[in-house]
Write a protein that binds this ligand. Structure first.
Ligand code: NAI
Ligand code: MG
Length: 505
């Protein structure tokens, strides 16, 4: 099982040119389905980031082609980019599967989601309006929403293309210029997309891409004095480093989309088959490597035993394999470090008294595969009940009352998302309003759409993605206060949507 796709782009993309890194260093890209190196990529570090920032800064000068461009023309460039990605969907999909190991169906879904995001922001580019303000006294006042300047976009490896598009769409629609660092595990599909910026005719320097490692290239971005804003998705640990770097450098604005330990609450009146499948998908999809994965499954005591039994049967049936194998429902973990972290947490679960029903081991094959794993009798004092595992490990907790489950669900320093399964409107809204998390899915899981903002409470992050006002534009204070507590509650309107939900992730 392999791909014959040509890996054409292996350099840094700066000022619309492909260049070698100044140090001459390269780093290997490993296909996680095989554990083998597939390409060596030029490795950016501080000196290259400086060069990219200088190009982005020049492109943002007052009389540059980009800053003089009409907003509708920026929208047109974004639409061109979206079309170019669609025209090259097969190659980008294959590169994405080599990078991340995810199955081709998931990979194509992700690339098309990227296209939808860019299309949405292309349409928004010429609709970024300010307000006129009624003021006391003989003054006329108004607000303008302005691009903030050079933005550093630091992208993780779990959804390298949709998260890339989620960040570049609003930033370019608003008129910012960019220095992008893809994750070291997954640069291939992103570098291919970099080649399309030039084809779409973005002016030189507007978009620059510097593949490299976090502590070097990533840190150079977050410490840079000429970067006005960093948008980061990744671990809470690195999110804190980025906030520190901002404080120690130029107080650059940051938006952080970080980890999660999202509760998935199943009440006794829920459709059991449906809830079992949804709870399974919400943690097993993409091998659990999702920031908003339903990693704490809370089940009402009346249906607990049956729910656990069916969840174990479902997990045992899950087909895990090479991303290029059409039968695979999920692929490998992204790398050896991730695999080790997951196996360590599984061992801790066993030691701390959770009941292991299936899985729990590395699969006996090359690549970084973990068996779909189900634990019951989990509580919030156990490491598997508290820490982000980022692997295919379902932890099932028991509850009795609505107040108890709300308290338990909120007993975490994360607050990215939550799911509720019930047929009762009052129960669903009570829980949805009481849970401290940025997105609440009711009778559905991991449902995304370009029109819906996304982001976390507590240590799951700062700011909201997919919201042009928060992301790259200066705000009136009132507006930013309002959106700090923005929460989105999504209802699955009919159960007939059930199985299309995953294709839309
Ligand atoms: P990470 O947070 O280290 O990496 C994410 C991105 O940040 C990558 O592009 C990386 O190169 C960059 N980065 C790393 N260190 C940096 C630094 N000092 N300064 C600036 N940029 C830096 O995440 P990692 O190590 O890949 O995964 C560790 C855990 O983080 C995962 O097991 C998972 O729990 C969580 N994670 C959460 C993600 C999410 O979607 N919120 C995505 C990836 C990881
Ligand atoms: Mg890391």
């Amino acid at each position: 099982m392999a791909s014959n796709v040509n890996i054409e782009f292996r350099k840094l993309f700066i000022n619309n040119e492909w260049v070698d890194s100044k140090s001459g260093k390269t780093f290997p890209v490993i296909n996680p389905s095989t554990g083998e190196s597939v390409a060596d990529i030029q490795e950016a570090d501080e000196a290259d980031v400086n060069q990219a920032v200088q190009a982005a800064k020049k492109a943002f000068e007052r009389k540059s082609t980009w800053t003089q461009m009409n907003a509708s023309q920026r929208g047109e460039l974004l639409i061109r980019l979206a079309h170019l990605i669609k025209d090259n969907v097969s190659i980008i999909t294959e590169l994405n599967t080599i990078d991340s190991g995810k199955p081709l169906t998931a990979s194509i879904g992700e690339v098309l989601q990227g296209v939808s995001l860019l299309t949405y922001y292309a349409g928004l580019a010429d609709k970024i309006n300010g307000q006129t303000l009624l003021s006391d006294g003989p003054v006329f006042s108004y607000t303008r929403r302005e691009p903030i300047g050079v933005c550093g976009l630091i992208v993780p490896w779990n959804f390298p293309i949709s998260i890339l598009c989620m960040k570049i769409g609003p930033a370019l629609a608003a008129g910012c210029t960019l220095v992008i660092k893809p994750a070291e595990q997954t640069p291939l599909a992103s570098l291919f997309i970099a080649s399309l910026f030039k084809k779409a005719e973005f002016p030189a320097g507007v978009v620059n891409m510097v593949p490299g490692y976090g502590p070097t290239a990533g840190a150079a971005i977050s410490n840079h004095m000429d970067i006005a804003k960093v948008s980061f998705t990744g671990s809470t640990e690195v999110g804190k480093l980025i906030l520190k770097a901002s404080a120690d450098s130029n107080l650059k604005k940051v938006s952080l989309e970080l980890g999660g330990k999202s509760p998935n609450i199943i009440f006794a009146d829920a459709d059991l088959d449906y809830a079992v499948e949804m709870a399974h998908q919400s943690i097993m999809y993409h091998s659990g490597q999702i920031c908003c994965a339903g990693s704490r499954t809370y089940v009402h005591e009346d249906i607990y035993e049956e729910f656990v039994k069916r969840s174990v049967e479902r997990a045992k049936k899950r087909v895990v394999g090479d991303g290029f194998d059409k039968k695979s429902e999920s692929g490998p973990q992204v790398d050896e470090d991730s695999l080790k972290k997951i196996l360590d947490l599984i061992e801790s679960g066993k030691k701390e008294g959770a009941k292991l029903h299936c899985g729990g081991k590395r699969m006996d094959r090359s690549g970084y595969f973990v068996e779909p794993t189900v634990f019951s009798d989990v509580n919030e004092n156990m490491r598997i009940g508290r820490e982000e595992i980022f692997g295919p490990v379902q932890s099932i907790f028991k509850f009795k009352t609505i107040d108890e489950v709300i308290e338990k669900a909120n007993n975490t320093h994360y607050g990215l998302a939550a799911c509720v399964f019930t047929k009762d409107l009052e129960t669903s809204l009570t829980v949805a309003h009481a849970i401290k998390a940025g997105t609440i899915w009711v009778n559905c899981v991991n449902y995304f759409s370009p029109q819906q903002p996304f982001g976390g409470y507590k240590q799951s992050g700062i700011g909201r993605e997919l919201l042009v006002y928060n992301k790259i534009l200066r705000l009136s204070l009132l507006y930013s206060l309002q959106i700090k507590t923005c929460k989105i509650i999504l209802y699955c309107l009919t159960y007939s949507m059930k199985f299309c939900v995953y294709e839309m992730i």
